[in-house]
Design a protein around this ligand. Structure first.
Ligand code: ACO
Length: 359
């Protein structure tokens, strides 16, 4: 059977930053608490819809692969904050790119959506359904955040990252994965006001309430990701010492540290960018891999382990063998429109708009 090599990668981090200091201007929190409990320093807030972030990331991934929009067979949009359910978000990316030959689907497994998307695209390429695919993990959690709840408001940021995958005879791309879900515990991360069941309950859609048990999620994330890592290594018959870089979902630095400790992985083998972005949900692990490549942390032929965890409670681990190329074949000039507001101003706008809608 063929493989699905990752030959293009791209990202889109919206320019407006929301720092810990900004958060402490309207929440009872401070930089010291957030850094020591989560490892986060700042996150990005988007001034555009999520599909625009995804479009930029996809345009860069396509250019890096040396492909044009006409070449694309499939677009998978991993997200739980899509602009609209109908029409789907992948079709918006198709429209913006002009990728008229592509099939388009959205996929939601919360924070693991980008990684589940990688699995679906890889399987479809390997079985011959399509020859290539663009997979994007993108999220604009800021519009659905309860900005009065310090338990969650400090944790999330917006962003997008994308990969172009294409059929290959070389053993490259995702070589094994382990996917699962702790559905029995799905209620420990539950956001009300965000879905069709709330339409007839006198609630303003998007006026959310985040009910979550951070400590319980923390424990399950560590156990879920480490078990998934063990499973995937066993599937491939690979020793953990053979892993060159672990590129995990970034929900909390202490979760990553606990995972690395359980696996006996030294910190030099773990890629971390949580300080810059917080948790971007579906975009998190893809963005971490894109930045690891950009920073020269991924060598040709490297073995990469990518554990992730999200609402549902979904979990995953992917074992990737990087291909022969770590330099992009081309670049794209596609970029976001300029933003003249700070992150703090953007979330003040979101809060004000919700008040007006609910009034
Ligand atoms: N600023 C200041 N103090 C705070 C804040 C805040 N933002 N939030 C909570 N506190 C206080 C609490 O009120 C509590 O005070 P008390 O001791 O007087 O009662 C104290 O800090 C400790 O609170 P804990 O909830 O015990 O803090 P913990 O160390 O568990 O950290 C956190 C909380 C960061 C949410 C952690 O549990 C976590 O990261 N959980 C997993 C991540 C997660 O849930 N992400 C959601 C997305 S799902 C995913 O991506 C996997």
């Amino acid at each position: 059977m063929k493989f699905a090599d990752i030959t293009g990668w791209g990202k889109c981090a919206p320019p407006a930053k929301l720092t810990n200091e900004d958060l402490s201007t309207f929440l009872d929190t401070d930089d010291e608490w957030i850094v020591s409990r989560t490892g986060m320093k700042e996150r990005r807030i988007s001034h555009v819809p999520v599909s625009d972030l995804a479009y930029v990331a996809c345009a860069h991934a396509l250019a890096a692969a040396g492909k044009s929009a006409d070449d694309v067979d499939l677009i998978i949009f991993g997200s739980c904050t899509v602009d609209q359910v109908v029409p789907n978000a992948a079709s918006r990316v198709q429209q913006l790119l002009g990728a008229d030959n592509a099939a388009c689907m959205d996929l939601n497994t919360a924070c693991t959506s980008g990684m589940y998307g990688l699995s679906v695209a890889t399987a479809m390429i390997r079985t011959g359904s399509v020859k290539n695919a663009l997979v994007v993990g993108a999220e604009v959690t800021s519009v659905l955040m309860d900005w009065s709840n310090r338990d969650v408001a400090i944790l999330f940021g917006d962003g997008a990252a994308a990969f172009f995958l294409e059929t290959s005879d070389e053993k490259a791309g995702v070589v094994a994965e382990s996917l699962g879900c702790y559905g029995k515990n799905r209620d420990i991360l539950d956001v009300t006001g965000w879905g069709a069941k709330y339409a007839n309950q006198g609630l303003t859609l998007g006026e959310t309430q985040w009910n979550f048990d951070g400590q319980e999620i923390f424990k399950r994330a560590v156990v879920g990701m480490s078990r998934a890592c063990e499973k995937v290594l066993e599937k491939e018959g690979m020793a953990k010492e053979e892993i060159d870089l672990v590129v995990p979902h970034q929900a909390n630095l202490r979760i990553i540290d606990a995972l690395a400790k359980r696996m006996g992985t030294g910190e030099e083998k773990v890629y971390i960018n949580i300080q810059r972005y917080g948790n971007m949900s579906a975009a998190t692990a893809p963005m971490a891999l894109v930045e690891a490549i950009e920073e020269g942390r991924v060598a040709p032929g490297a073995n990469l382990l990518m554990p992730a965890f999200g609402g549902g409670l979904t979990w995953s681990a992917h074992l990737l063998r990087w291909g022969s190329r770590i330099a992009p074949l081309g670049t794209s000039e596609v970029e976001l429109p300029p933003c003249d507001k700070t992150g703090l101003q953007l979330i003040q706008d979101i809060v004000a708009a919700k008040k007006t809608a609910g009034a």
